[in-house]
Design a protein around this ligand. Sequence first.
Ligand SMILES: C[S@@+](CC[C@H](N)C(=O)[O-])C[C@H]1O[C@@H](n2cnc3c(N)ncnc32)[C@H](O)[C@@H]1O
Length: 380
Amino acid sequence: MLGPLAIDSTSRPPSLVMESLYTSLFPSSSSTKLLQSPKMAELKASITADAKLEMWSYALGFTPMAIVKCAIDLQIADVIDSHGGSMTLPSLSAALGCSQPVLRRIMRYLVHRRIFTHTASSYSQTPLSRLLIRGAADSMAALVLLESTPTMLAPWQRLSLRARQADGSPFEDEHGRDLWGHCDANPEHSKLLDDGMSCIAAASSAAVVEQCPEVFDGISSLVDVGGGDGTALRILVKAFPWIRGINFDLPHVVGVAPPCDGVEPVAGDMFVAVPKADAAFLMSVLHDWNDEECIAILRKCKEAIKEKVMIVEAVIGEEEEEDRDKYSDVRLALDMVMLAHTSGKERTLKEWEYVVKGAGFSRFTVKHIKAIPAVIEAYP
Ligand SMILES: C[S@@+](CC[C@H](N)C(=O)[O-])C[C@H]1O[C@@H](n2cnc3c(N)ncnc32)[C@H](O)[C@@H]1O
């Protein structure tokens, strides 16, 4: 559920760097003499010019998303891959059935964004373009296709209206029901959502398996609440074959999820009851809901489990904290996504404490991992 945001996690924007340089050089702007000096005027003009240049990236922020979606639709990365990883413009345009002059312009932009390289008259794959190959392991194509649908983009136009209300959801205002109801009524969009979520689930589950396998010690049955198409459980039962998995989700999701050895599909509503297991696992679920709804879901999980509830979700920094690891831009962007598409939010540690304790858990721990989410373990 990402939106048309140009995320640059690599550095501070140049105009911000210039601005802090400006304020550190001239801490008191009351010095009129300094302010009127030609050097100062030059510096101010240069800061303004940089700011204007930076603002272009917001004005045209949809471009990277649209062109990457276009590359996926055309299957550019798939075709280059099937031709040994490198192709000339004439052979690529012939294989794709594209106009050469138009494809050349699209490829020039994609090369500029480092999505492909262009050397010796051939376009070649990069680590970024390989993520656009549909169906490949690690592919993120489905996530781009989901977020770039008119269905997911339209609610963003209502964000300023949402800001004037205490609660609500632009998605619901736009489509007349929440995301899950919309998916129930629109199987095509539901499939796009499941596939898109599966990209995130595969990466996050692999990170949990690699970086904190000990959280599964002593667990012989695990219910994945809101488990989607079962991607997470497929990875977990493969890594920890002693675990019996239960993939629990709404009927329209479980009904089409691919079968998996060691995983039992169960359809239901997590606000009503959760299947019994040693532990419950919730990944990218609670951020879809407001605090009261989260407390209700967690209470149902608490009733169902013997040991603990594992929550795999982002923990964002408190406002006064400098929250700048390489994932923090995505975490904060995801918070905006939740504002546009759900009634939920990404949570700080204090906000997690509020919902976990509110649901009656006596204590909880947080394991930070090198990934967008952290692992929160809540104990009855
Ligand atoms: C953002 S997706 C996350 C899916 C999966 N956990 C993952 O990480 O890919 C949220 C999931 O919650 C499910 N869900 C929504 N409302 C539900 C409910 N009342 N009961 C059970 N599942 C629900 C949705 O169908 C969806 O699969």
